[in-house]
Design a binder for this molecule. Sequence first.
Ligand SMILES: Cc1cc2nc3c(=O)[nH]c(=O)nc-3n(C[C@H](O)[C@H](O)[C@H](O)COP(=O)(O)OP(=O)(O)OC[C@H]3O[C@@H](n4cnc5c(N)ncnc54)[C@H](O)[C@@H]3O)c2cc1C
Length: 488
Amino acid sequence: MPDRPDVIVVGNGALGLFTARALAATAGARVSLVGPAQRPGGASAAAGAMLGCFGEVTKDTFATEAGRAKFEIGLLADERWPAVLDELAETAADEGQRLHHVPSTHVVLNGCGGPLDSLNYDAVVDALGKYRRPWREVGVDRIPGYHPRPDGRALRALHMSGEGAVDGNQVIGLLEERLRRSGVRIHDESVEEVVVRAGAVAGVRLRGGEVLEAEQVVVAAGSRTVELLRTALDPGEVQPMLSGVGVALVTQRTHGPSFETVVRTPNRGGACGLHLVPLGEGREYIGATNLLSPRPQTLGTIGTASAILDQVARQLDETASAHTIVQWRVGNRPVSLDGFPLVGWTSVPGLYVLSGTYRDGFHAAPALAAHAAAELAGSPGLFGPVFAPGRTPIRSWGVEESVEEYALHMTSLWFELGGRVPSQISSGALTDNYREEARSLYRRTGIEVGMGPDVLACLTGARDPAALTVLLRYLRAAGLAEQPVAAR
Ligand SMILES: Cc1cc2nc3c(=O)[nH]c(=O)nc-3n(C[C@H](O)[C@H](O)[C@H](O)COP(=O)(O)OP(=O)(O)OC[C@H]3O[C@@H](n4cnc5c(N)ncnc54)[C@H](O)[C@@H]3O)c2cc1C
């Protein structure tokens, strides 16, 4: 069949688009890209999109081999972005647009969160020094557009000249345009099933029933990746995936000078930091919340919306309440159970996975795509198999360490959200409560591996017991949680 593609890429977010671009450019492969044009709940379309490598560093980044390996993917992406921007600028010019790129970032440390903010800010400073990146401490009154309330002002701030942001939606549009020009077939469709014949991948079945055939399929379906893989793999082969639901908004400034750089806090309790990305002509992106959910969401809640509005008015721009809201964005970060990417071949020949990028997948996408394209072409990738999708979950913490981490994150989150503790009670009592909450979850479930604080928050707060059931089934089958009494 002459029309048959060599590779089908499932998912039209940053990972799918960059992978299709890399395949079409380097391997000369015939590529089809499948994904709904509206991208409901897609992470990339909701992202800022900060090109954050050092701004994303936390106190834990270099604590494990896997954390370091993930950071190094960010460095590989940093190397690739200048060429990507040149290429996109050309396409933008052809389309009568100007590519929007914010070249630098201010990281602000204020007293609105908990101790985690300081630990993560110090980690950013250490990493910048260690990797000899250009940065300097700046006075907080020297940040254009930054106008917090007096009680939300930063006490320290730094400027990184090499790390900024793009307009994620513009980049998505331009990448699609480039793909069309290079002959990639774009299908405005959803994949229902990965088709396997004679033990190897044979293509995908679309929602309407049509089957697209190819010898290689890349599943880059964001937070729906593992759900889709289950149509082809044993349920225990790939760890469960959660959705890091993020709410953000785009505003139009009605008065006052606009921000000129990305302004962000360090990463925060169970979440990315509060950040503002100028989009040009007075438009500003403000993000983002992060609440792990067992299923992707397409609508935000009033609680998350009001939290972000309160935070921006206090901590970044007290005039924000006068600006108009142009758009609310809701996206689902693809979050694997252990919080690390899922990248590589599965047990089914021809079936490749590219997902699990969590908070910084827009930035990492060019590097991950180059890696995947090389492996799909049978060449060595850019890094080793550390994030192979069939791995047992990477252990970043023991159970007791995870309890401490949860208590630290939740206490910080409490204060970030404006929570108060009566003056007669120490904030340590709050932390103790969170410790007990986490220990009780471990006792109840028999989970024997330390989980991330964000995953624990999802499980302790789960209104939907399905979250716990799917996770426990996987952990028990993998020998990482005790069997229930009846099964012993
Ligand atoms: C609010 C928010 C802010 C963020 N900010 C940043 C940031 O500043 N910098 C950064 O680097 N990262 C950021 N991230 C994280 C980043 O967006 C993700 O890590 C990355 O974009 C994931 O890309 P993806 O292509 O894997 O997934 P997605 O972007 O989710 O794309 C997956 C696509 O697959 C499609 N799909 C799903 N199921 C199917 C199916 N069955 N068939 C076909 N198609 C399917 C979906 O419609 C979707 O378009 C943010 C995320 C959110 C939610």
